[in-house]
Design a binder for this molecule. Structure first.
Ligand code: PLP
Length: 365
């Protein structure tokens, strides 16, 4: 029966969904509640304030949507842009590809800047496009901070520098699904206009919450953006924020309590310590890969991801077979190679609720 795990505990090393801490599981193990009671709005207020800390923003406005990263993408795009708007979007792996597909289906005029899978976003091309765009036809730059398919982290500070160098007003939209709360992410300092993440990644929650954070400039843009939006409209949330009741529709009570517990754990450890822990565990993973005599799919050290490592297998091995055997024999869940790198890489997720011992024992497998 393929749906039955083998003996021993499951070692979950896909780059999301990740292990949920026991404290969070216990916090979510509760009955439903009336979300219009005084308790839920009071807790929501603390969540909205505290979630800003993981984006490193004081001026941003967060939205907690009952959705996944994909819904958060849609919210970011439809609230800030109009059909036909020209946007520059970087294609470096499966998740940036999927976001671009969504951008095209939402009828934006997408200027795709493609790199080899294993490389970061080509920022030289960005610079030349911005230099040529003296009429400011480019309305937004869309970039995946950490491409989960290849283990590539893009340099967002450099994107901001380039935008500033050309004094270009384009909005800066960032997918932080496999980065925020694990990698260094600075929404205010880097002038990010919309940043987003999903609950099942570094926050170590169940899937089901998309967290979107909008800068004042993005909120302003939402007043004139003409893309059709209903479920993801920031306006509805803002109306309920003003009323102090917070929810335009029914939130998942259990996820809200889970988010409260997850944030408490992160602040207890300290966000900077969480980021440093991810860096240590990533380094350990890369050293293990080297010791196995295998290569990292990421082509340069400057792009190495501290949340996921895509490992290239020798050409005579099909990487999905490694993933299948690891699961069957050792109850070890690794990530498959996706699309262009299918069969060529397997992925080790090292994000969220992990420590040195967890990584150590899995590397022995
Ligand atoms: N963006 C990135 C970087 C991802 O890794 C993922 C999923 O793994 C997504 C977006 C899509 O998120 P979801 O599957 O939660 O819709």
């Amino acid at each position: 029966m393929d749906y039955v795990n083998g003996p021993g505990r499951n070692h979950l090393f896909v780059p999301g969904p990740v292990n949920i801490p026991d404290q969070v599981i216990r916090a979510m193990n509760r009955n439903n509640e009336d979300y219009r009671s005084p308790a839920i709005p009071a807790m929501t207020k603390t969540l909205l304030e505290d979630v800003k800390k993981i984006f490193k923003t004081t001026s941003g406005t967060p939205f907690l949507f009952p959705t996944t990263g994909t819904g958060a993408w849609e919210s970011a795009l439809t609230n800030t842009l109009s059909p036909g708007d020209r946007i520059v979007s970087f294609l470096i792996g499966q998740f940036s590809l999927l976001w671009i597909d969504q951008q095209q289906r939402l009828n934006f005029n997408v200027d795709v800047v493609e790199s080899d899978w294993g490389q970061g976003a080509n920022l030289e091309v960005l610079a030349s496009k911005l230099a040529a765009d003296t009429n400011h036809t480019i309305k937004a730059i869309c970039i995946v901070h950490n491409e989960t398919a290849t283990g590539v982290t893009n340099n967002l500070a450099t994107v901001r520098k380039i935008l500033d160098h050309y004094n270009h007003p384009a909005l800066f939209l960032v997918d932080g699904v496999s980065s925020i709360c694990a990698l260094d992410f600075r929404m205010d300092e880097w002038g990010v206009d919309v940043a987003l993440t999903g609950s099942q990644k570094a926050l170590s929650l169940p899937t089901g919450m998309g967290i979107v954070c909008a800068s004042p400039k993005a909120l302003e843009a939402s007043k004139t953006a003409k893309s059709v939006r209903v479920f993801f409209d920031w306006k509805d949330y803002l109306k309920f924020y003003k009323l102090g009741t917070y929810w335009p529709y029914t939130p998942s009570i259990q996820l809200l309590y889970g988010l409260r517990a997850a944030l408490d754990l992160i602040f207890e450890e300290g966000l900077e310590n969480v980021i440093a822990r991810h860096s240590r565990l990533a380094q350990a993973t890369r050293l293990a890969v080297e010791a196995w005599g295998l290569k990292n799919c990421t082509q340069k050290e400057e792009w190495f991801s501290d949340t996921v490592t895509a490992v290239v297998v020798p050409p005579y091995i099909e990487s999905s077979e490694i993933v299948r055997r690891a699961w069957k024999r050792y109850n070890l869940s690794l990530g498959l190679g996706l699309n262009k790198v299918a069969g060529k890489v397997f992925r080790i997720g090292h994000l969220g609720n992990l420590n040195e011992v967890t990584i150590f024992f899995s590397s022995l497998n």
